[in-house]
Design a binder for this molecule. Sequence first.
Ligand SMILES: NC(=O)C1=CN([C@@H]2O[C@H](COP(=O)(O)OP(=O)(O)OC[C@H]3O[C@@H](n4cnc5c(N)ncnc54)[C@H](O)[C@@H]3O)[C@@H](O)[C@H]2O)C=CC1
Ligand SMILES: O=C(O)[C@H]1O[C@H](OP(=O)(O)OP(=O)(O)OC[C@H]2O[C@@H](n3ccc(=O)[nH]c3=O)[C@H](O)[C@@H]2O)[C@H](O)[C@@H](O)[C@@H]1O
Length: 436
Amino acid sequence: MNLSIIGSGYVGTTVAACFADLGHDVVNIDIDESVVETINAGDAPIHEEGLSELIAEHAGPNGSGRLRATTDYAAVRDTEVTFLCLPTPQNDDGSIDLSIMEAGASQLGETLADAPGWHTVVVKSTVVPGSTADTITPILERESGKTAGEDFGVGMNPEFLREGTAVHDFLSPDKVVLGADDDRALEDMRAVFDPLVQAADAPVVETDTRTAEMIKYANNGFLAAKVSLINDLGNICKELGVDAYEVADAIGLDDRISAQFLQSGVGWGGSCFPKDTRAIISAAEATGYEPAVLNAAVEVNDRQPARLVALLAEHLEGEFEGAEIAVLGLAFKPGTDDMRNSRAIPVIDDLQERGATVTAYDPVAADNAPNYVDDVTYADSAAGALDGADGAVVVTDWDEFAALDAEFDAMATPIVVDGRRVIERRDGITYEGLTW
Ligand SMILES: NC(=O)C1=CN([C@@H]2O[C@H](COP(=O)(O)OP(=O)(O)OC[C@H]3O[C@@H](n4cnc5c(N)ncnc54)[C@H](O)[C@@H]3O)[C@@H](O)[C@H]2O)C=CC1
Ligand SMILES: O=C(O)[C@H]1O[C@H](OP(=O)(O)OP(=O)(O)OC[C@H]2O[C@@H](n3ccc(=O)[nH]c3=O)[C@H](O)[C@@H]2O)[C@H](O)[C@@H](O)[C@@H]1O
């Protein structure tokens, strides 16, 4: 099929390249010319394992020709289905900011005014229940002068990929959710996803757009709350002298709980869990309902960075003034340079407020870090950050930190507070785990 994908970020680029690989003809539309040029040169505009190979195979001078990019929305008219993969950030009060979606829908609607025949528009961005039917569809109707369900179809297809494993996650989904408010849109979505569903043998959930939107928030809310619950239990373990990881290993054997997302520590960050939990809390509160568990999940998450620094404070006897502290890890999780809502940010802020100077090391996120934290010295290696430090905190579970050993000997005072359970306890260091 001929597909257009509007927005070529983490989701849009991955989805476009994967659909091209599954046999569709795909055009990526983005307002950022550098993104468009990069794709058309056969390169990936973002760092994701396996993505540059897929783009080289299908875009650029040596590609199959099944993937190209443009800044021109007119390309939509040569396609049958359009996916909206635009950002859905949050307002200051935590509620969803739909302005970028509205701008994209408006341009798309104008383009559809002159499009021949039927076209299906699919919202792939994460949007609160009702956004597709109550906000996006009316804009498409107004700008195109056409009627949804008669002249064009509207669907909602939430995305569950994770950063760092985006290509793998998209091509091997646990489920495909197809939300549609008319039969023809649903048929188009089935046809688009058929090659993926066949190849991955993935279960398909067919529903309406409102439910599809809620499934996405329920998925992220559940996972965020699961991590916060294991962190809450982990904090109790720490206070009572129990190892939370031993406990998690045991409860994870219960199929009803499962072993995934039971790693306790300094908490969740990234571009989605924090924004999506707040957006659905805000949507719930707007109805008059107080989502007590999700609010608690956010509260526990907000506490973990301060608990990490407090543990270090105990060992330094509160003497942070003039202390040099090594921060190992800056990215919100390993495998990415993304620092959005990384737990490193509140940890570093807290250390600096208490008077410490911070030297940080991250294998890939250091270039990005100055956008999020100030007055930090960046080391080229973990050894460089630890050299002469009065204490160290571990914020991101990069594999390479597990191999650290003699590097701790170069610390002025070898105190290590681990927020991710990556460092081996060893003789010669004072080791403190956040939940063990
Ligand atoms: N990043 C992730 O891992 C996941 C994100 N999502 C959701 O997917 C949506 C998109 O997120 P990301 O891909 O991370 O965003 P992103 O910020 O990485 O990329 C968005 C792209 O849209 C482009 N853009 C902005 N306005 C535009 C316009 N009017 N027309 C055309 N292009 C425009 C930007 O230049 C950028 O390249 C969000 O709703 C997010 O919550 C869902 C699952 C996973
Ligand atoms: O909506 C989204 O954008 C995506 O959000 C998350 O994906 P992502 O944010 O890329 O990363 P995760 O691997 O889920 O990790 C999120 C945070 O939770 C933390 N985490 C995760 C698991 C765990 O056991 N413990 C833990 O602290 C990670 O360190 C990280 O900070 C979801 O896992 C995806 O399904 C979803 O599509």
